[in-house]
Structures are given as structure tokens and as C-alpha cells.
Design a protein around this ligand. Structure first.
Ligand SMILES: [Zn+2]
Length: 293
């Protein structure tokens, strides 16, 4: 707790605000036939140059935490079996070709309703009220509220270690939001329901939740949002040197579930970053046992 409490003051917030007004045009859409819930890994192979083949698979520990409470919790069908069957394999489809494998470190039940003090329950209710009031048009305010609600109040009570990548799953984390990541503590917060692309809070398809988790873990491994950004030499961050053109089908470009939930692929410069970050993590915390899953 001390480590986290000390670092959270300086934490870098990488909010998942993948350009809310950006949606794929028909010409750019990498999956023009994407339907509701079509958030599956199906990156088109348009490259003219081969990808590197990684024989050294970097295995990273991933732990899902299910927040249970009357006000902000997720239902009981969202459990470890759900994670192992519906979420983890799909997350790994995005990383497998880059030589990274996420391995379950088990799931954690955070049953606040049974164990929390009245003070904690009041805090949860206040947090839920704040997230419900979030105005999608006020981006700065949204960041502040999420930082206040999740980083400073709820998650620090449970995040006591830095040797895993942790995803905390709540019912709803704010209007228009799917997830948020705090890079320095390898902490991801996600909502089971979202209003991004929906007219009211709606439970997202499992495949879309898995894609968001993969996207947020990209943030946890050091990636930002490449859309509209350039490298120091002025080249678009979405330029694919293998095909010689921009490729918007990028995992770090988010989107509505009805449009496939964003992109799927990572460019080589992004792969280099995430593999370097993964190696740094393994150097710090040691190799992970190979999972039989
Ligand atoms: Zn994001």
C-alpha cells in the first residue's frame, strides 16, 4: 500500500479517450462488416514485408478483480470462469503475434458489500453519483473525476502490489468511457457497461470488453494513442513501413462496439515499446511460470 500511495501522487494518467468524435469512415473502416459485438481480432494482413517472428515469448501476469457492491459492482456471472473462457484468450489474440502472452494470476473478488465499513459504502455511493453525472463534453473534468474516484479512493484500497498487471472491473465508470489506465502502477479500471456508442448504460459484449482490456494493457505497456500524432520526424504514428501507407487498424485506436470497438494491430515501433517494457517488468519481478492454459 505504501508503494502505491507514494507513487500515485505522481502517477501519469493515460485516459482512454480515443477521440470521441472519431469514427471510421466507410473508406477507412478495416472491418466494414463489423456488427454489434464484432470486437474480435481479425487484423487484415496487408503488409508487403514480413513481420519479425518472436521465439522468445514474454509471459506477463494478469489479474482481474471483480468489484462486488450494490452501487458499483458487477454481476456474479462475471467471474473467473468467464475471464478464463471469454476474455483472456481473446486478449492474447492481439498480443500473440508480437511475442507476448498474458497469463492469469488468478482472479480476485472484492466483496465490498460484505466487508466494507459504512464509510466505504458511502464513498462508493458518492463515487457512483459522480460517475453518473459525468458530462462527456467536459473531457478535463472527466479525467479529474475518474482520477479522484478510482485512483484516489477505491482502487488504492486493494492495489497493494506492483508485480502483476491488474484490471479492476466495475459496473460503470462514467458516461462515454470504457476504460482507463494508470501506467506507473500497471492498473487498469474498466466498466462492464458503457454509454460509448449506446443511448444508455449497456452491458458490452465480451469480445468488446476483451478488446478494451487489450487496449488498456497497451497503455500499461507504455503506448499512447497514435491517431493524429506524429513521430519527431513528422511521420504519422499510424504510418506502416511494411505497407508504405497509413494503417488505421490499430489496437490503440478505440471505437464504438458497433464499429468493432476500434483497431486490432500494433505497428513495429509499438511492438518494440511494449516488448521493451515487458522485458523491464520481467527483469524487475522475475520470469513467470508457463501456464498450461
Ligand atoms: Zn486508450
Amino acid at each position: 500500500m505504501c508503494v502505491f500511495a507514494c507513487t500515485c501522487v505522481y502517477v501519469r494518467v493515460r485516459a482512454c479517450m480515443c477521440t470521441p468524435t472519431f469514427y471510421w469512415t466507410a473508406a477507412l473502416c478495416p472491418r466494414p462488416g463489423a456488427l454489434m459485438g464484432g470486437c474480435v481480432s481479425q487484423a487484415p494482413d496487408v503488409a508487403s514485408q514480413p513481420r519479425p517472428v518472436y521465439t522468445d515469448v514474454l509471459q506477463l501476469p494478469l489479474r482481474f478483480h471483480f468489484f462486488r457492491s450494490e452501487t458499483m459492482g458487477v454481476p456474479l456471472d462475471v467471474d473467473e470462469a468467464w475471464f478464463m473462457l471469454k476474455i483472456l484468450p481473446q486478449i492474447n489474440t492481439y498480443y500473440k503475434k508480437h511475442g507476448i502472452r498474458w497469463e492469469s494470476s488468478g482472479c480476485v473478488e472484492l466483496n465490498v458489500a460484505e466487508s466494507a465499513s459504512e464509510e466505504n459504502m458511502a464513498m462508493c455511493a458518492e463515487a457512483r453519483a459522480k460517475t453518473n453525472k459525468i458530462n462527456r463534453q467536459n473531457a478535463a473534468g472527466n479525467n479529474d473525476i475518474r482520477r479522484e474516484v478510482f485512483l484516489k479512493t477505491l482502487v488504492p484500497q486493494y492495489k497493494t502490489h506492483l508485480d502483476t498487471y491488474d484490471v479492476y472491473l466495475f459496473d460503470f465508470i462514467g458516461d462515454g468511457f470504457q476504460g482507463v489506465t494508470w501506467f506507473d502502477t500497471r492498473t487498469v479500471v474498466m466498466g462492464l457497461r458503457s454509454t460509448k456508442g449506446y443511448t444508455s448504460p449497456t452491458r458490452r459484449p465480451d469480445a468488446c470488453l476483451a478488446k478494451t482490456a487489450a487496449h488498456e494493457l497497451g497503455h500499461a505497456l507504455g503506448l499512447g494513442h497514435p491517431k493524429g500524432k506524429t513521430h519527431p520526424d513528422g511521420v504519422s504514428q499510424l504510418f506502416d513501413t511494411r505497407s508504405g501507407r497509413e494503417n488505421p487498424d490499430n489496437l490503440m485506436c478505440g471505437g464504438k462496439d458497433s464499429n468493432g470497438g476500434g483497431g486490432t494491430d500494433l505497428l513495429q515501433w509499438q511492438v518494440d515499446i511494449v516488448r521493451k517494457e515487458a522485458r523491464n517488468f520481467l527483469d524487475a519481478y522475475g520470469p513467470r511460470p508457463i501456464s498450461s492454459a
